[in-house]
Design a protein around this ligand. Structure first.
Ligand SMILES: [Zn+2]
Length: 332
């Protein structure tokens, strides 16, 4: 198994953000190696996005290293992505984020329904690598909607709001489409924050089909079904996310809250090398998005009249230019 990688070294060679897509494509029989399998959407669209991201960002200098990855063997078993995830683990990379782009180029879906207003971003809420001790702690802390991958998806949602073009993010609260998977999964298994981008409406007459026409229906994953304006917007969201996370410091390794039987909540977190400051975010426990924030320079703060019983708290690290890391959810 071989992947094609473009590596853009950052000031920190060990911390990486990854954008990936798969270069293999298939027809009806996944083991058919001779039929024409153009794979325009699945997943040449993602590969084009990765190449364009490299073109757009390669002249800039970032704190983190950016890995532009094109995976092989996705259709037969996520082999190329597994190779890179295992390599990241073996080399001790600190993976801040992995953005998987798979089927990101069409707007007309099955049955002719068109949707060009949003892109789906799939994420797991709870770290799939979570062990028993972490699971027990989370049961007490809450945080089912605040795992690292969900935090990444929320960050992408926020980034998308500032990208010109107006493409919205549907924060799809599942690891992937129902009962299906993709190249972000090997990264999730190892505990790395990872998400999948996919179009709003899939066209299953195009995906994984022999090229043919049956009863007037044209099957096959061909380039004429792509919407390049839409693909450009998905690419812009990826580029802006990569730029932000590569410019930001790493997320705090841990964060804690305390203050039981008090009206105030004390927040403390692990210092992050190179961070110019930190952003403490909080919200009431009946809300899903952060509602309040405070920027501080130390490694603790007190939220007055904000009872720990009723508030979720998270902490991110800030670069001097304001670039923000993912939010680390605080617990005991
Ligand atoms: Zn695919």
């Amino acid at each position: 198994v071989e992947d094609v990688l473009g590596i853009q070294p950052g000031r920190d060679p060990n911390r990486v953000v990854i954008v990936g897509a798969h270069i293999d494509s298939r027809v009806t029989d996944v083991m058919n190696t001779t039929a024409d399998a153009p794979g325009a959407n699945d997943d040449a669209s993602g590969v084009a996005l990765v190449l364009e991201a490299a073109r757009a960002l390669s002249k800039q200098r970032f704190d983190a290293t950016i890995v532009y990855a094109v995976f092989s063997g996705e259709e037969q078993g996520l082999w190329g992505a597994t190779l890179l995830a295992d390599t990241a683990k073996a080399r001790g990379w600190d993976v801040s984020a992995m953005l998987n782009n798979d089927i990101v180029g069409n707007t007309v879906g099955q049955g002719g329904k068109r949707e060009d207003g949003y892109v789906r971003v799939f994420s797991e809420g709870i770290r799939s690598s979570e062990g028993e001790a972490a699971q027990a702690a989370r049961r007490g802390n809450g945080g089912e909607d605040d795992g690292p991958s969900r935090a990444l998806a929320k960050a992408i949602d926020g980034v998308a709001g500032s990208v010109r073009g107006g493409l919205d993010v549907m924060l799809d609260r599942r690891p992937d489409r129902f009962g299906r998977g993709g190249d972000h999964e090997p990264f999730l298994k190892l505990g790395y924050p990872a998400v999948r981008f996919s179009v709003a409406n899939e066209d299953w007459d195009a995906q994984h089909q022999d090229l043919r026409t049956e009863k007037g229906v044209v099957f096959g994953d061909t380039v004429d079904k792509m919407d390049f304006g839409y693909l450009a917007k998905v690419t812009a969201i990826n580029v802006a996310t990569l730029a932000r996370l590569a410019a930001a410091p790493a997320a705090p390794a841990s964060a804690t809250i305390s203050g039981a039987l008090s009206r105030d909540t004390k927040v403390a977190w692990a210092a992050v090398p190179g961070a110019a400051g930190y952003r403490v975010r909080w919200r009431r426990n009946d809300r899903s998005e952060w509602s309040d924030q405070r920027d501080v320079t130390g490694t603790e703060t007190l939220l007055v009249q904000t009872p720990v019983d009723d508030h979720f708290v998270g902490v991110s690290a800030l670069a001097a230019d304001g670039s923000e890391s993912l939010v680390t959810f605080a617990g005991r």
